[in-house]
Ligand binder design. Sequence first.
Ligand code: CA
Ligand code: CA
Ligand code: CA
Ligand code: CA
Length: 253
Amino acid sequence: MALTDNTLATANNLGTFSGSINLSDVIGGTDPISYYKFTLSENGDIAGAVDWESESGTPPFLRLVVDFNGNGFVESDDRIRTLSAGADGAFFQSLPLGTYYLEVATGNFLTRDYSIQLSATPKPGNVSPDPGSTFVQAFDMGTLSAQRILREYISRAIDPVDTYKFTLSQKTNIGGLVNGTTENLRLFFASDTNGNGVYDSDETVDSFGARPNATFSITLNPGTLFLAGCSPSWFYIYLCNSLRVKPQSSSRF
Ligand SMILES: [Ca+2]
Ligand SMILES: [Ca+2]
Ligand SMILES: [Ca+2]
Ligand SMILES: [Ca+2]
């Protein structure tokens, strides 16, 4: 138990995380919160389990936090997922490379031992830099004339859209396979018809709802085109925010 780890800036620093680690400490009483900080140098999956020593009173939470605006404070949107709410359990989360925090918190005046097992499995991408969400920020593949394999990450909470730009020199049929995703995503083929660098509503050529291992096929006219991979929930508004339900999808297509 330590009061020195109660902010992001003073979090217990696990460093660049790979392999496995076991975190054990005490929470509650005069110390209601603790943070752990870790960095993933590659896209990857984290998996683990938490064991709360059983006690009565307010249940503790284990949450995954991203300081999106880098201000050192945890706003509500920074808590991207509750990994455990009061009950022992296993968890799994795909993440892009970056810095993350684990938040252990309780309102309980009783102290409680806990242990967290955490492991990381790298799933490196092969596109750099990470494609942006707009046409202007698209990753440029140049003239598409041979097979390309694109491995990257998208999820609603962290990185909802990856956009790729490519050029066709002749009318071309393009076939594709979506592989390795943990959830469905949607692919949009689009053309910046009015040349303003923005994806306008009438610029979709076609779209595909892509389940894992889904194939698609599309015939495209010559020119400059865009392929946007979007997380499945990009267009949805969740009504259960109080439960902090935020489905994730890791997508490598
Ligand atoms: Ca603490
Ligand atoms: Ca913040
Ligand atoms: Ca991405
Ligand atoms: Ca446009």
